[in-house]
Design a protein around this ligand. Structure first.
Ligand SMILES: [Zn+2]
Length: 500
């Protein structure tokens, strides 16, 4: 009898609340749905945490007038009265609206709580069907996503490499591009220091719900371009700015070579010691009297063009050969061209060739492409650390352990001490090219270009005219004019080499 009374007393509150709230709270185990009516506060719908704790059978503990803790099978969440921040498993999670609590009444939260916190403490995903109807879904499988950012003269590339192929969904929402994985929870490791060049702003991973990567457009952003690659599966999102727009994206570093460049077979040249190449670190041996010219693009990467008659990838080789002829005819310097065949070549491979030959200088040859057909003339760029946010290279423990020769440099900081000399080279080339193109006011530019970053010699990228500009394209279609451009570049290079 006594036991029965206790059971009845225990059941009263449960059924009492359930019945008293009537239509407000219903849970249908079969369909895994529940109805929960919100309460309006400041015209915003708020949901009762008492209802939530009943549906999910979460023990709740009011720690004080200002603090409430809900414990779930996978963790706990703490609410603070009037604060728009909760703690999920000890981690601060912002909510869109403060937690609301009236004296003696329940605690209330806004809808985003169901996305941002509930799945992490109950292990199910709550899908909202309407303002009052919710559906419980099992949490989808998780996928780890590696992010790599690289800079190109006209775009910033975000490369996502998931631990297994996933269907990435990319949508533009106002100033941001949002990336989610269909039917997957995403864990994304965003690089801690992010290079910037104005096309891509911040890159932030939001772990609420199934996880979302949010890329904010930079001030110079114009458009984006996406592609999916296999082996390994990668999703690439390019953020383009205004100045140059190649018809096809530049080649990707081959899989696995992104950090450790691989030296391509280099033809043996008389009088030049065989190239020695160590991934990440280089010893520079000067006075080899070699100039390395990089013929941009190649293979399926056509580069910029106005018509199929005049492709950037062909013109860069033509220009490189012409400059080589000029320099070798009038100086003791030997010229090595990174690519003479119509094949794709990774960005870092190009720099690696320059370093392996201990080049005196490195010039990456390009022609511009732009949406703006009036954009014309030559532009020369040198490397700068723009957007590194003052973070200097961190020494790895390996660096500390083995005393390195004074001239052994990590790849990422190779170009740093050479910036003033690269700038001087850029200025010299810009001046010479301005004479050819009749553009007296054009100044050199700088940015964190990947192809220049690891270079152990003064290094520049140049765009010798715009193939998307009718005037420039007509000019460059004439072989004698390409010779003029080559002559100007050869003079600029030799001037610089004499001056040093
Ligand atoms: Zn190019």
């Amino acid at each position: 009898m006594k036991r029965l009374i206790i059971i009845i007393i225990l059941l009263i509150p449960v059924f009492g609340i359930w019945l008293a709230r009537g239509q407000d709270l219903q849970f249908f185990r079969e369909s895994r749905r529940f109805h929960m009516a919100p309460r309006q506060h400041d015209r915003i719908p708020y949901y009762s945490l008492r209802d939530v704790s009943r549906i999910f059978a979460l023990p709740r503990q009011e720690r004080s007038e200002n603090e409430l803790l809900l414990r779930g099978p996978r963790g706990s969440v703490t609410f603070f009265k009037d604060k728009a921040e909760i703690r999920v498993n000890g981690e601060a999670v912002p909510l869109s609206q403060p937690v609301w609590r009236r004296r003696g009444d329940d605690w209330y939260v806004t809808l985003d709580f169901f996305d941002k916190a509930l799945p992490r403490i109950v292990g199910v995903y709550v899908n909202r069907k309407s303002a009052t109807t919710f559906e419980l879904l099992p949490l989808p499988a998780a996928v780890e996503v590696k992010v790599q950012i690289s800079l190109f003269p006209d775009h910033t590339r975000v490369m996502l490499e998931p631990s297994q192929p996933v269907d990435f969904q990319v949508r533009e929402v106002g100033v941001a591009v949002e990336i989610v994985a269909a039917n997957r929870r995403m864990h994304v490791a965003v690089p801690s220091s992010m290079p910037k060049q104005g096309f891509l702003g911040s890159l932030v991973f939001d772990s609420s719900g199934n996880g979302m990567l949010r890329a904010e457009k930079g001030p110079a952003f114009q458009r984006r371009r996406e592609q999916t690659l296999d082996d390994p599966f990668r999703k690439i999102i390019d953020f383009y700015g205004p100045p140059a727009m190649p018809a096809t994206p530049p080649p990707l570093p081959a899989p696995g070579t992104a950090q450790v460049p691989v030296l391509p077979p280099v033809p043996a040249s008389p009088g030049i010691s065989s190239p020695s190449f160590q991934p990440q670190k280089f010893v520079r041996r000067p006075n080899q009297n070699v100039v390395v010219l990089d013929s941009g693009h190649g293979g399926s990467d056509l580069g910029a063009h106005l018509s199929t008659e005049l492709l950037e990838k062909d013109l860069t080789v033509r220009l490189a050969r012409q400059i080589k002829t000029e320099i070798e005819a009038s100086s003791p310097y030997k010229v090595v061209i990174t690519r003479e065949l119509d094949t794709a070549m990774g960005i870092l491979q190009r720099t690696a060739i320059a370093n392996s030959y201990h080049a005196e200088i490195f010039v990456s040859l390009h022609f511009g492409g732009s949406y703006d057909p009036s954009m014309r003339g030559a532009f020369v760029y040198f490397y700068s650390e723009t957007g590194r946010e003052g973070k200097q290279e961190e020494k790895s423990s390996a660096d500390e352990a083995t005393p390195a020769p004074a001239d052994l440099k990590p790849w990422v900081s190779a170009q740093l001490s050479l910036i003033p000399r690269s700038q001087a080279l850029a200025a010299r080339l810009q001046a010479k090219l301005n004479q050819v193109f009749g553009t007296p006011d054009t100044q050199v530019g700088s940015n964190q270009f990947l192809v220049l970053q690891g270079c152990l010699s003064p290094a520049v990228i140049l765009e010798a005219g715009y193939l998307t500009n009718f005037e420039d394209a007509m000019f460059l279609a004439d072989a004698t004019n390409v010779k003029k451009v080559a002559h100007a570049i050869a003079l600029g290079i030799l001037d610089f080499l004499r001056m040093k």
